[in-house]
Design a protein around this ligand. Structure first.
Ligand code: 4FV
Length: 286
C-alpha cells in the first residue's frame, strides 16, 4: 500500500518512520510512505499555503489551490485517480477498526493534513473523497491523525503483524469470516504475564490451568463484561449469541442486586440515623 501524505511539516513524520511497525512494514515492502511538502505546490515566491478567513475571525485557513495542485500532481504522476483522498479533520467520520479495515483494502491512500483553523471548505467538498476524524478533540494539525491512520491501517495488511493470529484476538477485532471465536468488536480481555503473584495479586487460576477451552471461555466472558461495564455502546452494535445474552443478563441482575443492597444499607443507616434522630433529641436541630 502507498500512503501519499500532503503536509507543510514532512519532517514531522521522521520519528514514526524510524521505529516500530511502520519502520518494519516499510522495510518489508508492505507499505511505501511518500511525504509531499504542500509548499512545493505553491507558485508564489513566498510559497503561501494559507490566508485569512472570509467573514473574519481568528487564525488562518489553508488555501484551496496548493492542495488541488498537489493532488492533481499525484493523479498525473500515478496515472490513476480512483484512490481515496482523505482529509483529516474533526468534521470527518470517526476512525474505527472497521474503517481501518475498509481503508486497508485500497492500494493507495492520499492523506491531507490541515493546520491552523482548518482547510478551505472547497477541499472537503470538491477534492477529498473522504473525511476522517480520529476523535472528538482538536489537534493543531492533521499530521498526528495521518500517523494514526497509517499505523491502524498498516497493521491490518497481510504480512505486517508477526503472528497474524494476534489480530483475531484483539479489541474491536471484526467478526472473523467463520463467525468464530473472535471477540466480535468487544474490548480486549485482561492480559497477564509472569510473575503469577505480584504484590499479593495473583493471576486468575484459570490462566494457569492449561485448559484452553476454559481459558477461551473465561477470556470471552471477561471481554464481554469489560465491554458491558465500559463501552455498552459497542454492545449495541453487535449480534450477541444467546450465551452472551445470558451472561449480560446475569451481570445486569448481579449489578441490580448490588445496587439494591447499597440502597437498602443506606436506607437502614438513614433509618437508624432518622430513628436515632427521632430517638435522640440532642440530634434535633433547633
Ligand atoms: C483532527 C482530528 C484535528 C483541526 C484544525 C487540525 C485539526 C487543524 N484531525 N481528527 N480530531 N485536526 O483536530 O483528525 O487544521
Amino acid at each position: 500500500m502507498i500512503f501519499d501524505v500532503i503536509t507543510i511539516f514532512p519532517e514531522f513524520f521522521g520519528g514514526i518512520l524510524e521505529h516500530g511497525l511502520l519502520k518494519r512494514a516499510l522495510a518489508g515492502g508492505q507499505i511505501d510512505i511518500r511525504l509531499h511538502d504542500l509548499r512545493d505546490a505553491t507558485e508564489d515566491r513566498h510559497r503561501t499555503v494559507d490566508d485569512r478567513p472570509f467573514g473574519g475571525g481568528p487564525g488562518m485557513v489553508f488555501k484551496p489551490e496548493p492542495l488541488f495542485r498537489a493532488v492533481d500532481a499525484l493523479k498525473a504522476e500515478s496515472g490513476k485517480s480512483d484512490f481515496p483522498v482523505i482529509l483529516l479533520s474533526p468534521q470527518g467520520r470517526l476512525l474505527t477498526q472497521a474503517v481501518a479495515k475498509e481503508l486497508s483494502e485500497h492500494a493507495r491512500l492520499t492523506l491531507i493534513c490541515g493546520r491552523y483553523e482548518g482547510v478551505d471548505e472547497r477541499v472537503a467538498t470538491h477534492l477529498a473523497t473522504d473525511e476522517i476524524s480520529i476523535g472528538d478533540y482538536v489537534l493543531s494539525g492533521g499530521e498526528l491523525a495521518a500517523a494514526v491512520v497509517m499505523e491502524a491501517v498498516t497493521r491490518l495488511l497481510p504480512g505486517v503483524l508477526g503472528n497474524e493470529a494476534s489480530r483475531e484476538y484483539e479489541s474491536f477485532a471484526p467478526l472473523d469470516s467463520s463467525g468464530g471465536p473472535g471477540h466480535e468488536g468487544l474490548l480486549d480481555f485482561p492480559q497477564y504475564t509472569r510473575p503469577a503473584e505480584f504484590a499479593g495479586l495473583r493471576v486468575p487460576e484459570v490462566l494457569l490451568s492449561g485448559n484452553h477451552e476454559e481459558i477461551r471461555e473465561w477470556r470471552h466472558r471477561q471481554a464481554l463484561e469489560k465491554t458491558w461495564r465500559r463501552r455498552p455502546d459497542l454492545l449495541a452494535k453487535l449480534q450477541l449469541s444467546p450465551e452472551d445474552r445470558a451472561v449480560l443478563e446475569e451481570l445486569q441482575r448481579t449489578e441490580l442486586e448490588r445496587t439494591n443492597d447499597v440502597i437498602l444499607s443506606e436506607a437502614k443507616n438513614l433509618g437508624r440515623s432518622e430513628s436515632s434522630h427521632y430517638r435522640n433529641p440532642s440530634l434535633r436541630s433547633g
